[in-house]
Design a protein around this ligand. Structure first.
Ligand code: SF4
Ligand code: SF4
Length: 108
């Protein structure tokens, strides 16, 4: 089994002829505001369910199993929209760093 997930930097689709950039699991969006099923910790400035970064900076949603088991697909596909692409690709240094690390270490 691969040690990492979300390491493909290929677009996950197109929207109005613009490539949809993939989620690289930077956790950046979860530090800005929680999804519909998260809870924001104002002291830590992140969702309480956001995991610690792994060795290449990727962070898991530790609430994903609850969301998958309890939230109907039509809602969770819209929010938090796991797998639908990155919602904050601009000026996202955490995401850029992960991409650069994947390229530099040639992680496949
Ligand atoms: S519940 Fe998961 S996806 Fe939602 S904000 Fe928290 S860490 Fe992010
Ligand atoms: S900011 Fe983008 S790359 Fe980072 S966790 Fe959110 S959707 Fe994924």
């Amino acid at each position: 089994m691969n040690k990492y997930t979300n390491i493909s930097i290929e677009p996950v689709g197109m929207l109005y002829d613009i490539p949809i950039r993939p989620c690289m699991k930077s956790g950046f969006c979860c530090t800005k505001s929680p999804c519909a099923y998260g809870t924001y910790d104002h002291e830590k400035k992140q969702c309480i369910h956001l995991g610690e970064p792994n060795d290449i900076g990727q962070r898991d949603c530790l609430h994903i199993n609850w969301i998958l088991e309890n939230v109907p697909e039509e809602f969770r596909n819209f929010n938090p929209a796991f797998g639908a692409g990155c919602c904050m690709p601009m000026f996202n240094e955490a995401r850029n760093t992960i991409i650069n690390t994947i390229k530099e270490k040639n992680i496949t």
